[in-house]
Ligand binder design. Structure first.
Ligand code: SME
Length: 161
């Protein structure tokens, strides 16, 4: 008997997000360092939902630089407007890519990634400071409810800045 990884049921996500939200809130309360907050936030999300890659890219100058993440190694730098992350930064909006093979310019850090969501993280002046990037091995894995819940989690991080 081998230890097969049992992925959480997609139908349970709304309930799971509701349970995770106060946990993350408690985890981040009083934390003033954005890197520490990002590290714990991406660990919470990845451990809970078992997504392939969950992490942050921070805006440093004119590019995105890899920040805290959970998952396989990834590209370290992404230019403004490039890939899904750079496009989410440029357009300053959450991007959901149901099939990465159909997104022109998608940066393939892992051949296993099939769908992706990228949520911008804003600073006090509304500027984009970072993006949260989540990759799934399943095509079309992110529902609009998932996106709303992820944006709410990112808001908990924005308070840290
Ligand atoms: N696929 C992303 C690059 C980052 S990795 O997925 C971790 C993109 O196209 O921006």
């Amino acid at each position: 008997m081998h230890n097969a990884l049992i992925l959480p049921d997609k139908n349970d996500r709304p309930k799971t997000f509701n349970a995770v939200f106060p946990q993350v809130e408690a985890l981040l309360v009083g934390e003033t360092d954005p890197i520490a907050a990002m590290a714990n936030l991406c660990a919470s999300i990845q451990q809970t939902f078992q997504w392939h890659w969950v992490g942050f890219y921070r805006v440093l100058g004119d590019e995105l630089v890899l920040g805290p993440f959970q998952g396989p190694v990834a590209c370290s730098r992404i230019a403004f407007g490039k890939g899904v992350c750079g496009t989410a930064w440029k357009e300053d909006r959450t991007l959901v890519v149901p099939d990465v093979e159909l997104f022109p310019g998608h940066i393939a850090c892992s051949p296993l990634s099939r769908s992706e969501v990228v949520v911008p993280v804003h600073g006090p002046e509304g500027e984009v400071l970072a993006v949260l990037d989540i990759d799934s091995i399943a095509v079309d894995d992110f529902s609009s409810d998932d996106v709303r819940a992820l944006e709410n989690l990112v808001r908990l991080l924005e308070v840290v800045y």
